[in-house]
Design a protein around this ligand. Structure first.
Ligand code: UDX
Length: 466
């Protein structure tokens, strides 16, 4: 199948590389000349496992990059639209890029094409795309618009794409639905897995072959917003439960295990912490609320998800204040800048928000992140320096703060950390350590939804052991 993908951002680039991996001929279009030149040179603009390998394998072969949308459209039978839909101040998505692309596609038609929304867009967007294309002169018989939402997570984007929980195709025309099914056939029929076993390792629990869900275009648009809102709801729910745990001295990890083992609830996305960030959840929950309201349904539950998420960052700051008594002039080691582990993305990162607040309280910050430092340097100003590793960050610091769930942060040499810190205090916004471990190490340990490990009790337990 000949495919054009418009937009080489997270979704567009990963989709392009993965479609090529499935055997399709792909042209990835972007109007940013610098970005294109870098892609052609063989650079990978985002930190994403397996993406460099896929790009190296298919670039210049089944995967081409181009600045010309008309040429790409004319050479393809399917056009995926994966341009940005940034939030506007009102919370709803800015669809002006989608509209501009729809217009340009309409002007470039040279036969029947399927136009596919891949970006996360509100319900009714497929209708708007159809309308704009017709207003621009395209004949109704020459195109169909399909919604094919993408559920990939940053950090595991390639695996998520090739081993999806489901593939949703929202099409109101049989012809377009058929074409989309053909594109994904290697995954839904399982031929890709049989032929490429081991190339991109199968993640645990992968569903093979991938499940296909056929819906109307509007249902598919809603599936995307509702999925992200529901996942954000799970996070805010467990964070709210964590706050109750703190009030009554219960342990949120135990509670999460107890409720998550109910298969109707499920264990995933019940990790309490400083809340969600990233380019999707904050934007999509707000956009979903805005769409619902526009369609005549006020959805206050969505506002509550956002409120709990914001509050979580403030509660963490309060914990830092409680642990350190006074903040002015304190030196804080901060582990983590990215909004989650495994990515260099800092968009809407709770870590950056917390760092900014600490800086405004006249703390000095020494931060370490395995991938996101360069990006953070461009946006944070003030009394902040960057360390080469967690241990360098800890030297002489009044406390160590863990703000991102990088795997490496869960396996620190704690004795060494303790010897480097000025005060033996660890404040963990991601619950990466058990209370018992910290108690054994003799650290004052503050986490989320669990009782603080005080130095007193660690001394008491050391004595008990003797
Ligand atoms: C999310 C969706 O998972 C994905 O399906 C969609 O396509 C895009 O948005 P992503 O933003 O990459 O993906 O990250 P995800 O792993 O979902 O985490 C989002 C945020 O929630 C992170 O800040 C993470 O730290 C936080 N989180 C996640 C929690 O705080 N607790 C959890 O239990 C899970």
């Amino acid at each position: 199948m000949k495919i054009a993908v418009v937009g080489s951002g997270y979704v567009g680039l990963v989709a392009s590389a993965c479609f090529a991996e499935l055997g399709h001929e792909v042209i990835c279009v972007d109007n940013d000349p610098e970005k294109l030149a870098a892609l052609v040179r063989g650079e990978t603009p985002i930190h994403e496992q397996y993406l460099p390998e896929l790009l190296a394998r298919h670039r210049g072969q089944r995967l081409k990059f181009s600045a010309s949308l008309p040429e790409a459209v004319r050479a393809s039978s399917v056009v995926f639209v994966a341009v940005g839909t940034p939030p506007r101040e009102t919370g709803d998505a800015d669809l002006s890029y989608v509209e501009a692309v729809a217009r340009e596609i309409a002007q470039s038609l040279n036969g029947y094409k399927v136009v596919v929304e891949k970006s996360t867009v509100p319900v009714y967007t497929s209708e708007w795309i159809r309308r704009v294309m017709q207003l621009t002169g395209a004949k109704a018989a020459d195109f169909d618009v399909v919604s094919n939402p993408e559920f990939l997570r940053e950090g595991t984007a390639v695996s998520d794409f090739l081993y999806p929980d489901r593939i949703v195709i929202g099409a109101d025309s049989e012809r377009a639905a058929q074409i989309l099914q053909e594109i994904y056939a290697p995954l839904t029929k399982g031929t890709y897995y049989a032929r490429s076993a081991g190339v991109i390792p199968e993640p645990p629990g992968a569903k093979i072959p991938a499940q296909l869900i056929l819906t109307s275009a509007k249902s598919a648009e809603l599936i995307k917003h509702a999925s992200n809102a529901f996942l954000a709801l799970k996070i805010s729910f467990i964070n709210a439960v964590a706050n109750v745990c703190e009030a009554v001295d219960a342990d949120v990890e135990q509670v999460a295990l107890g409720i998550g083992t109910d298969s109707r609830i499920g264990k995933r996305f019940l990790r309490a912490g400083i809340g969600y960030g990233g380019s999707c959840f904050p934007k999509d929950v707000a956009a979903f609320r805005s769409v619902a309201r526009e369609c005549g349904y006020d959805f206050p539950m969505l506002q509550e998800i956002i409120r709990v998420n914001d509050e979580q960052r403030k509660r963490f700051l309060k914990k830092v204040r409680t642990a350190l008594w006074t903040l002015r002039g304190k030196r804080l080691a901060v582990l983590g800048l990215a909004y989650k582990g495994g990515t260099d993305d800092i968009r809407e990162s709770p870590a950056l928000d917390i760092i900014r607040s600490l800086l405004s309280e006249q703390c000095s910050v020494v931060a370490y992140d395995p991938a996101a430092t360069e990006r953070a340097q461009q946006v944070i100003t003030g009394d902040i320096t960057y360390a080469e590793d967690p241990y360098q960050a800890a030297v002489g610091a009044d406390a160590l703060l863990i703000l991102t769930d990088w795997e490496g942060f869960a396996a620190l040499d704690l004795a060494r950390i303790k010897s480097l810190l000025r005060y033996p205090i660890v404040i963990d916004g991601r619950n990466l350590y058990s209370r018992e471990t910290m108690q054994k190490e003799g650290l004052l340990y503050v986490s989320v939804g669990r009782a603080t490990v005080e130095l007193e009790s660690s001394r008491a337990s050391a004595l008990a052991k003797e």
